[in-house]
Ligand binder design. Structure first.
Ligand code: ADE
Ligand code: ZN
Length: 319
């Protein structure tokens, strides 16, 4: 039995497996520039974050209807449940769909249909977090937040993703201020490829409660001390870090060092269809590569629930 855990860093578009991509392409009359699923898998050799994002955004062309999003989320939830995920806080990228003429409502209603039955079908509680693309303008992010207003009963928070370097968190100060006024929870990718200073800025300027990745915090001991003191969780994604070349090999992942330092580290899958595994696969991989013991695995699982946006009573029930 896999250890019960919460998954807090998961892009639903990054769960699009090649088989589903081809099925949706056929259904929607979209031609993919790959002969078959094998040829597509062959393309999953990334040199950095941008090389992944190029493929990730282009493959989204197959996602058109609310049913497509329902099917995508349902497939993820089934896989996650098999690997012990009991609670999932799921990111989606509305701007990446709006450019193809797929409006917010279609995405949210489609995902929502799967999430509404996730508890019953898969035994997973869920939350939805809308991410802004940081390589788009702050005006576009604000318009996206505006477009989300009719759906705020389904969206609990905002995040910040896409190409990090050159797009510091402060660019989105006003957007996050407005999100806070709307009562939304706030997270942001920071310190994946970008410097430790971006993590600091996400905390100070955006008021984030949790840092996605945060890998490079170790470059700044004062920042580490602050993250430990304030129990700011980091949603780490070990297999993603290897595939996107943030680290050379999993054996060099600083997860163990982070736990020893007292950081509230969690293990997540990021974009599992592209990076070679779901949440449980990430747990298994770090256990093997870093030789983590039972106590460390229990800490990671405990951290995942503590770092979630579940209320205390809900958290106890899930664990
Ligand atoms: N969008 C999807 N996956 C991402 C990642 N790992 N970093 C930034 N943006 C992303
Ligand atoms: Zn991510």
């Amino acid at each position: 039995m896999p250890v019960p855990k919460a998954e807090l860093h998961l892009h639903i578009e990054g769960t699009l497996e090649p088989e589903l991509a081809f099925a949706l392409a056929a259904r929607n009359g979209v031609t993919l520039p790959y002969a078959d699923t094998e040829a597509l898998r062959e393309a999953y050799r990334f040199s950095d974050l941008q090389s992944f994002l190029d493929l990730y955004y282009s493959l989204m062309a197959v996602l058109r209807t609310a049913d497509d999003f329902t099917e995508l989320a349902d497939a993820y939830l089934a896989r996650a449940a098999e690997q012990g995920v009991r609670h999932a806080e799921i990111f989606f990228d509305p701007q990446a769909h709006a450019v193809r003429g797929v409006p917010m409502g279609v995405v949210v209603e489609g995902l929502g249909a799967a999430l509404d039955r996730a508890e019953e079908r898969h035994g997973i509680s869920t939350r939805l977090i809308m991410c802004f693309l940081r390589d788009e303008s702050a005006e576009s992010a604000m318009a996206t937040l505006d477009a989300a207003k009719p759906y705020l009963d389904r969206i609990i928070g905002v995040g910040l993703d896409s190409a990090e370097v050159g797009h510091p968190p402060a660019k989105f100060r006003e957007v996050y201020e407005e999100a806070a006024r709307l009562g939304l929870r706030r997270v942001a990718h920071a310190g994946e490829e970008g410097p430790a200073a971006y993590i600091r800025e996400a905390l100070d300027v955006l008021g984030v409660e949790r840092v996605d990745h945060g890998l490079r915090c170790l470059e700044d001991p004062n920042l580490v001390a602050r993250l430990v003191r304030d129990r700011v969780p980091l949603t780490l994604c070990p297999l993603s870090n290897v595939r996107l070349r943030a680290i050379d090999v999993l054996e060099q992942h600083p997860l163990r060092e982070m736990l020893s330092a007292g950081l509230v580290a969690t293990v997540n899958s990021d974009d599992p269809a592209y990076f070679g595994g779901y949440a449980g696969d990430n747990f298994d991989a770090v256990r093997g590569a870093l030789g983590l013991g039972e106590e460390e695995l229990r800490t990671l699982a405990r951290n995942s629930f503590e770092a979630s946006f579940l209320e205390d009573d809900e958290e106890r029930r899930e664990r």
